[in-house]
Design a protein around this ligand. Sequence first.
Ligand SMILES: Cc1ncc(COP(=O)(O)O)c(C=O)c1O
Length: 427
Amino acid sequence: MGSESERTGAQLFERMARVVPGGVNSNVRLEVAQRYFSHGSGPWLWDTDGRDYIDYVLGQGPAFLGHAHPRMLSGVTESIAAGMTFAAQSEIELQAAESLVKALGWAEMVRIGMTSTESVQAALRLARSATGRRLFLRFRGQYHGWLDNVLVNSLEPWPRVASDGQLASSLDESITIEWNDLEAVRQAVAEHPDQIAAIITEPMMLNAGAILPEPGFLEGLRQITKAQGIVLIFDETITGFRLGPRGAIGRFGVEPDLAVFGKAVAGGFPASVLAGSADLMSLFAKGTNHSGTFNANVLSCAAIVHALEIMQSTPIYEDVERTGGQLMASLRALFAEFDLQLQVRGLPAAFHVAFDTAAPVTCFADLQRADSDRYRRLVPHAIDSGVWLTGRGIWYVSGAHDEATNAATLTRMNRALTAFVEHDRTD
Ligand SMILES: Cc1ncc(COP(=O)(O)O)c(C=O)c1O
């Protein structure tokens, strides 16, 4: 342990970068490599330099219940005190699976894993196993994990590999088209008869922007996939248990064949879930492999059980709708006061802020209109003023945010915007 004086983010980064490449364990964090948090509580974070922040990143989504939720901590701690990984089954695992099936309503079976990256791969394998087909259709700007076959750079010219060392040939497995464009889906399906195993989509696009499905889009995907024997996969990693107790599926009323959950499903603890019909899911017991040493470990399963209990026994969805809705409205008013053309789009639980015109955004191409560099210049002022944001514009609201954090956020953003406008003028 270093002494107190060696605990500034910059000092810790210097040590970290000697032993961890880039000073981070996930490349997504490179832009905040010098930020070190000592603790979090509810909607608040404290860094090692002693400053506090109202958190709208929520660990990139998982902390939907707020940080260090007391019921999560006591429930999970009690369960793991009796051991974590047994290479066999546990009763808490059964409880988690039964609770998930009950909570989801549409799904008959689940497999519990560690990360959504893995559960997406399991879903794609299952779709190929069920259909005997090779290709999958996916959408520009959506993220389904960091592995070769799903990682894609959506900026012009698209699609292309997004990482050094990524096999270009792995992109041959997929067809990428713009989201919310049913005609493009119909055309891609017609051009690849009996070759498409799956269509995978975020049911609300949240990895880029916060774009709602156009009326009829998800229904259209459901209809096309049914007619063509294609497996429809919803990647609910962000939307699941966040947009409502039954996620995007409950909110938009369209049921897929398979869905992947992560982030909020385990209340901030590591776990992912693949859910689906018994027909498809039971293939895992008949020659389709899905494995993992840590799958359904006690910590993950206890976290799922307790997170579901909290989400079902508290008015969290009403609270988030109210708090997030008020915050969206207040931010719009504040941005107008500063005469900044910042748009606030999305839903109270997850919305996106961008320097953009008021023209509609329905797909990744529309997002390119925004001045994302300018937003990235605004974010350090927000952080300096005690509002924790990411550069890509997404704001997540948790069940722990409330009217008091809204008021504090507005005061802090007022300070941030004053400083930003000053700098913007002199730059
Ligand atoms: C929609 C979606 N799918 C998959 C993933 C990958 O999840 P993980 O980071 O748990 O592997 C993410 C992560 O942000 C995601 O947002």
